[in-house]
Design a protein around this ligand. Sequence first.
Ligand SMILES: Nc1ncnc2c1ncn2[C@@H]1O[C@H](COP(=O)(O)OP(=O)(O)OP(=O)(O)O)[C@@H](O)[C@H]1O
Ligand SMILES: Nc1ncnc2c1ncn2[C@@H]1O[C@H](COP(=O)(O)OP(=O)(O)OP(=O)(O)O)[C@@H](O)[C@H]1O
Ligand SMILES: [Mg+2]
Ligand SMILES: [Mg+2]
Lengths: 158, 158, 164, 164
Amino acid sequence: MRIKEIELDNFKSFGKHTLVPLLDGFTTISGPNGSGKSNIIDSLLFALGLSSTRSMRAERLPDLLNNLSGKNEARVTVRFLNNDNETLEVSRRIRVKENSYTSTYWLNGKTATLTEIHEELMKYNVSPTGFNVIMQGDVTGIVTMSATERRKIIDELA
Amino acid sequence: MRIKEIELDNFKSFGKHTLVPLLDGFTTISGPNGSGKSNIIDSLLFALGLSSTRSMRAERLPDLLNNLSGKNEARVTVRFLNNDNETLEVSRRIRVKENSYTSTYWLNGKTATLTEIHEELMKYNVSPTGFNVIMQGDVTGIVTMSATERRKIIDELA
Amino acid sequence: KRQEFMLAFDQINQNFQDIFAELSHGHGKLELEHPEDPFAGGLVIRAQPRDKKMQRIEALSGGEKSLTALSFVFAFQRFAPAPFYAFDEVDMMLDGSNAERLARMVKSQSATAQFVAVSLRRPMIENADHAIGVSLRADGYSRVVGIREIHIPDEEQKPEPQPV
Amino acid sequence: KRQEFMLAFDQINQNFQDIFAELSHGHGKLELEHPEDPFAGGLVIRAQPRDKKMQRIEALSGGEKSLTALSFVFAFQRFAPAPFYAFDEVDMMLDGSNAERLARMVKSQSATAQFVAVSLRRPMIENADHAIGVSLRADGYSRVVGIREIHIPDEEQKPEPQPV
Ligand SMILES: Nc1ncnc2c1ncn2[C@@H]1O[C@H](COP(=O)(O)OP(=O)(O)OP(=O)(O)O)[C@@H](O)[C@H]1O
Ligand SMILES: Nc1ncnc2c1ncn2[C@@H]1O[C@H](COP(=O)(O)OP(=O)(O)OP(=O)(O)O)[C@@H](O)[C@H]1O
Ligand SMILES: [Mg+2]
Ligand SMILES: [Mg+2]
């Protein structure tokens, strides 16, 4: 199982619809400061429901909409491919209206709750505590976290 | 005014008495991971009373004694040179006995309190909040601190 | 419950010892604060860099903490592999030789999981199979290009991306 | 009291605008939450990187935050200079061109204050007047050497120190 592609639509600095295809193995993402590298990482956290809004450097979900394009929604879709060439697709959209906004998840094309998304991803050991995503500046957090927090990470597995 | 030299005696990884001479202008400190670069920065924080024990990555002051040499004290002396070639010397020593330890400061060779050290250094705009020392990983803290904390930094000046 | 935990813990501990030795040439291990009743205590990391005495983990240097943390992540991964790992500049504090050692380990771990690593570091880019370049265009929008030919940064400068 | 604060604030604000523009080629300024009664509110940093709209400061990238923070430090320094500044790897998130811009600014600021910067980055080492090398000997103790001839790291590798 691997990520086949990440589709960003109006998400943070990706105001233009962007497809990020990913191959198997080891891929690096490079570019100048402020170009959007960490925003791609945020898009994974966003779509897969892996972290809080603050961890994506936003105060409220509407902050995640690109602030140049004038559009009123942002969407990210992550498509996985398993070893039998079947696709698993997780998508999330924030839509802003006058004074409110909605956050909607889809799993394989059907609307789903965050709990359903988490249960599906947990089958593949993808979870908020599984270190699947390490954010910029956070790597040493594993060393500085409390002993109890660290043990709980293993509790999740067993 | 500038730092003329930093003298480390049994401080953290500097178990051997070490003199770090510094010239005017712009100096870089380089070396492999774990060689002792940040420990030199910690020695400045320690001697000048600029930060908490935790900020020097120690739980209690005795942790700052080199753990290989078997000696029971650690000392750091910072010597400044002003434009009239006069020396200002600040020194601090931790001495460990059976179940306790003492921390002593000296200003120009006479024992002094931390308050006296702070008052002297403040004349030169050297203080815990003056950004004289930025620790590893801390630079973005200036951006993430609260607006009130940031304003108080200017209060200190005025 | 406790038996499943101990099975996981022992395996991850063994993985950690092997990986930490390979990444840092030092000795490391995991310990339970309460081995008789794991859930009554936490999980402690013991790390001893080469040529040094066992040290409080908080006293380690920035680079040493990074390698210790990543050893834990890889130890975890070997026990409970996930399809992907996405790392954002985890090599930022590493010196040249540690960055190289880490990049080789990511390369070897990528046989069993997809790794996507944001990095400006030459060793990481050199060891990768594929590279993606991100840039901000004059219109203010981010764009992505796949890179066929990897231009290695002279010193951390962005590689010149060639559109796929 | 308030008058002294406003004098300091206005001067530091002007410094910040100049320095931020030089370091980032963008626009930045400082604002008081309560201009009429400064002590009733905080001090906010507004930063607009080149080609972008004014952004919440928390949303800035790692490199952009570093440059913004350092602009504030230099702005402060120009107003109330101290004899020395000691920076530990403040360039760790900067790409090649920003690291170069920062190194040149440290060089120019070092005309009025002594700067000691721990850094593994080539631009910083190239722009320095002097270099100190630190190493851990086989006996486990740290040693320091002054470097006469600076060997520039090929990629973040430690320069080969030559004893003074
Ligand atoms: N909602 C938004 N609309 C438009 N731009 C945004 C939005 N949110 C964040 N940005 C911009 O995205 C940029 C940050 O991008 P990102 O953090 O991905 O950079 P990066 O490539 O990781 O850089 P670095 O190497 O410095 O870490 C910032 O300049 C920020 O202003
Ligand atoms: N009291 C002590 N006695 C002996 N060694 C110590 C003591 N305290 C810390 N150390 C050691 O000092 C080393 C850390 O040194 P330091 O943080 O200065 O490294 P560094 O050169 O800044 O490395 P990096 O580039 O990774 O940041 C650690 O390996 C730690 O074990
Ligand atoms: Mg980033
Ligand atoms: Mg360090």
